[in-house]
Design a protein around this ligand. Structure first.
Ligand SMILES: NC(=O)c1ccc[n+]([C@@H]2O[C@H](COP(=O)([O-])OP(=O)(O)OC[C@H]3O[C@@H](n4cnc5c(N)ncnc54)[C@H](OP(=O)(O)O)[C@@H]3O)[C@@H](O)[C@H]2O)c1
Length: 189
């Protein structure tokens, strides 16, 4: 059984859509009514990192989990991992961030993600870390200024940033790769 967290969010939702049909899947969500269930057989369990008692039920019988947390500075990873170990989960794949390996990055989010990664890698569980840079979907926030002023605003005008499509992260998170594309120029014979 694979557990998906963050399924109402960007990467968790896309991962859920990509898991193979023959794999048993459970979703952990604070509000199950907000989960877009992609197919029959996907179970949704109400649970909340802030309510450790709720995690045991969501983790029962789970052998792999995708862990998405977003409360910067919080201990959601620690709480989840404690419950996962107790439930006998074998491997946790955590959505982290590329900046953790940049020693010059000392912002709040990066320091928090480093602590979360350490909690996982020292947990005794098998682990996988996904370390994307900024999501390509973030640039949708530029839409209005592009439309109205032909202008893009960024914090640092000259900082290069290799954005990644959340779909590509989701494929790393356990989803199946997309079907191969036909060669260019041959889509419409
Ligand atoms: N955005 C970027 O450019 C970027 C780049 C690199 C790394 N990251 C990392 O990516 C992660 C965020 O991923 P995302 O953007 O896919 O997520 P997201 O869209 O922000 O969604 C967060 C998910 O976590 C769930 N959640 C929040 N608190 C919860 C709780 N107490 N119990 C259970 N579920 C809870 C939310 O559920 P509800 O619907 O109930 O709120 C939602 O499904 C962060 O760790 C961030 O540091 C982001």
């Amino acid at each position: 059984m694979i557990l998906v967290t963050g399924a109402t969010g960007t990467v968790g939702r896309l991962t859920l859509e990509r898991l193979p049909a023959d794999c048993a899947v459970r979703v952990l969500a604070r509000d199950p009514s907000r989960v877009a269930v992609p197919r029959k057989g996907v179970e949704v369990v109400r649970a909340d990192y802030r309510d450790p008692a709720s995690l045991g039920k969501a983790l029962r019988g789970v052998h792999r989990a995708l862990l998405v947390t977003s409360r910067v500075g919080g201990d959601d990873d620690v709480v989840f991992l404690r419950a996962a170990r107790r439930a006998g989960v074998r491997r946790v794949t955590k959505l982290s961030a590329a900046a953790v390996v940049d020693v010059r990055a000392q912002d709040l989010i990066t320091r928090w993600q480093r602590d979360c990664e350490a909690a996982l890698t020292s947990s005794g569980l098998e682990w996988t870390l996904l370390r994307p840079r900024a999501f390509m979907s973030n640039v949708l926030s530029w839409a209005s200024s592009v439309r109205t002023k032909s202008l893009v605003r960024g914090l640092y005008g000259h900082a290069p940033n290799a954005c990644v499509h959340p779909r590509d992260i989701a494929e790393g998170g356990g989803g199946a790769p997309p079907p191969p594309r036909p060669p260019p120029g041959r889509q419409h014979p």
